[in-house]
Design a protein around this ligand. Structure first.
Ligand SMILES: Nc1ncnc2c1ncn2[C@@H]1O[C@H](COP(=O)(O)OP(=O)(O)OP(=O)(O)O)[C@@H](O)[C@H]1O
Ligand SMILES: [Mg+2]
Length: 312
């Protein structure tokens, strides 16, 4: 598989503050690659380096095989950037904003009109094209920002926290757009501190903290790499003691406690432990009245690796 982005030992210092501490990774052509990390992790700095808005302190990076420092002018046309901070002219209409950004990218005439129509349709704002952007909701402004990043048909799109402060309807539009554009062949770098988004959208995720990549794999492989998981089970009276006695001998189970009349079972692997626990319940003829299974997720992976939560 071809790599569209290659990053090697990339460092960015702001004075004494080292925002990016020698990261290396590659993004494969056609994937949605996530950068997942808390506030201040270095996500925006990384995207700004990859979009040639910042110059690295050391290390190197390339997009479509072109070095970002040596071939800046050429490489920019392959990149679409949707920045974290909105960059729109509030008093201009949605269409005029897109016309403006299209001209910045070198588009004009019929080609510009067609691209503006296409991107407005994509983000579901064709019927609001003539309205001033200042009358839009936060989510609609984000969607126009995304449209602007797509006007020049980039090969890779950098989306920096595209759903922060966005209403549920716009959030769904953004998810659908990301998935559709990717199906049509666009490679996407997606930064977020919402683990649900990384789990839903990204083929691979780099977990970034304090300027360093601390894990990189598919969301499934990352969550399977750590043990854990919990089962909450409610049983009809009289059978819980017998179940505890037998279940605590199972190799998949770490600990069992009674909480609010239910059993709280700490496991090494929740799914495997669940099969054993339900088999015991069946043998005891114990009726299960409630059941909840908590598997590790990317938040758990982050917590396990750093001792911190992704969000405060
Ligand atoms: N222009 C700047 N000058 C000085 N320090 C900066 C600048 N921009 C970012 N930093 C610092 O670099 C570090 C990384 O910031 P960055 O914006 O890349 O993080 P982030 O992961 O995008 O965070 P967030 O989720 O809040 O957007 C932080 O410590 C931040 O304070
Ligand atoms: Mg940021």
């Amino acid at each position: 598989m071809t790599n569209i982005v290659e990053v090697k030992d990339l460092v960015k210092k702001y004075g004494d503050n080292v925002a990016v501490k020698g990261i290396s990774f590659a993004i494969r052509q056609g994937e949605i690659f996530g950068l997942l990390g808390p506030n201040g992790a270095g996500k925006t700095t990384t995207i700004s380096l990859l979009s040639c808005l910042l110059t690295p302190t050391s290390g190197s990076a390339s997009v479509v095989g072109l070095d970002l420092v040596k071939r800046t002018r050429e490489v920019k046309k392959y990149i679409g950037l949707v920045p974290q901070d909105l960059a729109l002219y509030p008093t201009l209409s949605a269409r005029d904003n897109l016309n403006f950004f299209g001209r910045v990218y070198g588009l004009s005439g019929k080609a510009l009109n067609e691209r503006v129509d296409w991107t407005l349709e994509l983000v579901g704002l064709t019927d609001r094209a003539k309205d001033a952007v200042e009358t839009f909701s936060g989510g609609m402004k984000r969607r126009i920002n995304i449209a602007a990043g797509l006007l020049h048909k980039p090969d890779i799109l950098f989306l920096d926290e595209p759903t922060v402060g966005v209403d549920p309807q716009s959030r769904n539009y953004i998810f659908d757009n990301v998935e559709r554009l990717n199906r049509e062949g666009l490679t996407i770098l997606y930064t977020t501190h919402y683990m649900e988004e990384a789990e839903r959208l990204c083929h691979r995720v780099a977990i970034i903290d304090m300027g360093q990549i601390i894990a990189l794999d598919s969301p499934k492989a990352l969550t399977e790499s750590i043990s854990g998981g919990m089962i909450h089970i409610g049983l009809v009276n009289g059978k819980a003691d017998a179940l505890v006695e037998r279940a605590c001998k199972l190799s998949m189970i770490k600990d069992i406690r009674r909480v609010d009349g239910k059993l709280e079972i700490q496991t090494h692997r929740a799914q495997q432990a669940l099969i054993d626990v339900l088999e015991i319940a069946n043998q005891l003829d114990a009726k299960v009245t409630s059941l909840q299974v908590f598997e590790p997720n990317l938040e758990t992976v982050f917590l396990r690796l750093t001792g911190k939560r992704l969000r405060d």
